[in-house]
Ligand binder design. Structure first.
Ligand SMILES: [Zn+2]
Length: 309
């Protein structure tokens, strides 16, 4: 019950209050060290050195650090989960994602979100590390992990993948993590106009294309404060100081750069929180502009130790 080991510390949750909206980070795993140089090949030691504020939380001596977690949001009496990570027992080519066995559902429940209580599951985009806990294994079948929830994603995103020629790894992901939810009639496709689409009181999907064509970010308009959940529009805080550092899996990296610039411009020098879907702890902060570059002024939220499980 104490915060004895670094492992236990990582499995703690954190909570931010925006007034009438609360946001929890629910950890899945810290991604292995080799993920940073693979995902962000231009985030070299020299680039990281130009933003010394990244260390120690967001970068080691020479590589960016990344994590997988969900954000669980309470808004207007609804319980909402934004992205569902990698998932357990999924057959994946990436060894870091293959056959995971974490107690993520217990952590989510400990944060006040038992699976049957969840009303909405927002998928920012249809990539493997954002849909994993959409489903869980029941015997030999993949079934929706949130039995009462409506699952939401943008129609543009859905249509893109429906028309794509999928390689086997991606086809497997759709078979085990997306189609069972669709087949249960639980996936809703949302048209997301430029000014955003409100899916719950104060919770808006806003377009964030580039990484994928129909990706959305999630804007939270609390009574005291605003926040933006990035999805993969900003993979890592190094992209604040260096917005042109792009990920190797961006479908349209020029559009991703434009999206990043627009989102950061809207956050800079306000008290709005930027919450990174792959930012390791402390995960969130405000955006400050100095000498033409952005930086994150971290706000760790209130730590909630991992006592349940
Ligand atoms: Zn991702």
């Amino acid at each position: 019950m104490s915060t004895a080991t670094p492992e236990a510390a990582f499995h703690a949750s954190a909570r931010w209050s925006l007034g009438d909206i609360a946001v929890h980070r629910v950890d899945e795993i810290e991604l292995p060290r080799q993920t940073g140089p693979w995902l962000l090949p231009h985030a070299t030691k020299e680039v990281l050195d130009e933003a010394p504020w990244l260390r120690p939380d967001f970068a080691d001596a020479d590589v960016p650090r990344l994590a997988s977690h969900s954000f669980a949001v309470e808004a207007g009496g609804l319980r909402i989960v934004v992205d569902t990570g990698i998932g357990n027992a999924k057959p994946r080519a990436n060894p870091a994602w293959n056959g995971l066995d974490t107690d993520f559902p217990q952590r989510l429940a400990a944060a006040g979100f038992p699976p049957e209580s969840v009303d909405l599951v927002i998928t920012t985009h249809l990539h493997t590390d954002h849909v994993g806990w959409n489903t869980r294994l029941a015997g030999e079948d993949w079934v929706p992990a949130f039995p009462r929830a409506r699952y939401l994603t943008s129609r543009t995103e859905w249509d893109h993948w429906a028309a794509a020629d999928l390689d086997e790894a991606r086809a497997q992901m759709f078979r085990d993590s997306v189609h069972p939810v669709r087949d249960a009639g639980q996936y809703d496709l949302v048209d997301v106009p430029e000014h955003g689409h409100e899916v719950a009181p104060g919770v808006l999907l806003v377009p964030a294309p580039g990484h994928t064509p129909g990706q959305v970010a999630v804007e939270l308009r609390g009574s005291d404060r605003r926040a933006l959940i990035t999805g993969d529009s900003i993979h890592h805080p190094v992209q604040l100081s260096h917005p042109h550092v792009h990920s190797c899996v961006d479908i349209d990296s020029a559009e991703a750069v434009r999206t990043r610039a627009r989102l950061l411009e809207g956050l800079a020098d306000t008290d709005a929180l930027l919450m990174g879907t792959h930012f390791p702890r402390p995960t969130a902060g405000t955006v400050r502009r100095t000498n033409g570059r952005y930086r994150l002024l971290a706000e760790p939220g209130v730590d909630i130790p991992a006592t349940a499980a």
